[in-house]
Write a protein that binds this ligand. Structure first.
Ligand SMILES: Nc1ncnc2c1ncn2[C@@H]1O[C@H](COP(=O)(O)OP(=O)(O)OP(=O)(O)O)[C@@H](O)[C@H]1O
Ligand SMILES: [Mg+2]
Length: 294
């Protein structure tokens, strides 16, 4: 009998629960409709790890199973100080990925629990540089992350680590995305419109995070409703969907926070250029632009 499939909707494993011969639950860290994230102790790895488990109601969905397998494979390929590394993924007794545990908090929680000026400028720049280095590595592995946002960045002891490869895809400059998965407020125009995406698309997501770090959490664009469909296979045709209003000109970060120099704010805004041609072409270019800017 597979106990995982008997878990009631919304029910989570208690601290001390033995997931299998290797993993014991320490704590439930969070989760979404589809997955739960547990802090666990691994006997074989002799350390604390995180286990991302597909919720039982999704264990029969082919697409959800495929997605967690794909994420597990991608994380296992990653080896960089600013990118999450995965150890293994298993389908039994529950589809799950085991990865490194990072203490501290994700950037979203840091924004909420601290104040919006939680990050001094030097720290904000350091976080962006680290994420640019991490993303350059991800791109060197021919992968696009496509969901760079505060809740997908863990921050502990001055180190930033990019997590959550659930919408990441292999980079193929020839093919159009099958869907526009991602998180609206951090998505580049070419991602919301399902045009060709590339390393510059992750630069945009990082640009939004950068803007938030400089402006105390503020998003560069407000949201409007336009006609569109949220996924390629939702079968519902066109309907109203929310997207950032890219026609807006974001306020200059130096106007929102007097400690931000004009030069530094310009770098953040160039990462947010609507036209791909006006944006840094890669996270590496964004990182270089930060050299010598204070
Ligand atoms: N390796 C980790 N170490 C510490 N905390 C983690 C780790 N992985 C995830 N978390 C915490 O759990 C939260 C959710 O994890 P994650 O972003 O991977 O999944 P998700 O967004 O809930 O799900 P989905 O895969 O459906 O996008 C993170 O924002 C973070 O707070
Ligand atoms: Mg996430």
């Amino acid at each position: 009998m597979n106990e995982h499939l008997n878990l009631e909707s919304g029910e989570i494993y208690e601290s001390g629960y033995r997931l299998d011969d290797d993993l014991v639950v320490i704590d439930h860290l969070g989760g979404t409709r589809k997955v739960d994230i547990y802090h666990c102790r691994s006997r074989s790895l002799k350390k604390y790890v995180v286990c991302k488990i597909l919720r039982p109601e999704f264990c029969i969905h082919f697409n959800s199973l495929q997605a967690i397998i794909k994420e597990g494979e991608m994380l296992a390929r990653m080896s960089h100080p600013n990118v999450m590394h995965g150890y293994s993924f298993e389908l039994e007794p529950a589809p799950r990925i085991v990865m490194d545990y990072v203490g501290g908090q994700d950037l979203k929680s840091a924004f909420f629990t601290g104040n919006y000026s939680a990050f001094p400028i030097s720290e904000a720049v350091s976080i962006v540089r680290q994420l640019a280095a991490g993303l350059s590595y991800v791109h060197s592995q021919k992968v696009l992350h496509l969901d760079v946002k505060p809740s997908n960045v863990l921050y502990a002891d001055g180190s930033a680590v990019l997590i959550d490869f659930s919408v990441a895809r292999d980079f193929d400059p020839e093919s159009l995305p099958e869907d526009n998965a991602g998180t609206r407020d951090w998505m580049a125009p070419e991602q919301t419109s399902r045009s060709v995406v590339g390393p510059y698309t992750d630069v945009f997501g990082l640009g939004v995070v950068f803007y938030q770090l400089l402006s105390g959490g503020k998003l560069p664009f407000t949201t409007i409703e336009v006609e569109g469909s949220s996924t390629a296979d939702d079968g519902e045709g066109m309907r109203l969907v929310k997207v950032p209003d890219y026609s807006e000109v974001p306020a200059h970060p130096s106007e929102l926070n007097t400690s931000v120099s004009r030069e530094l704010g310009d770098v953040a805004l160039r990462a947010l250029a609507i036209e791909v041609e006006g944006r840094y072409g890669s996270p590496g270019e964004l990182g270089e632009a930060l050299d010598g800017v204070s």
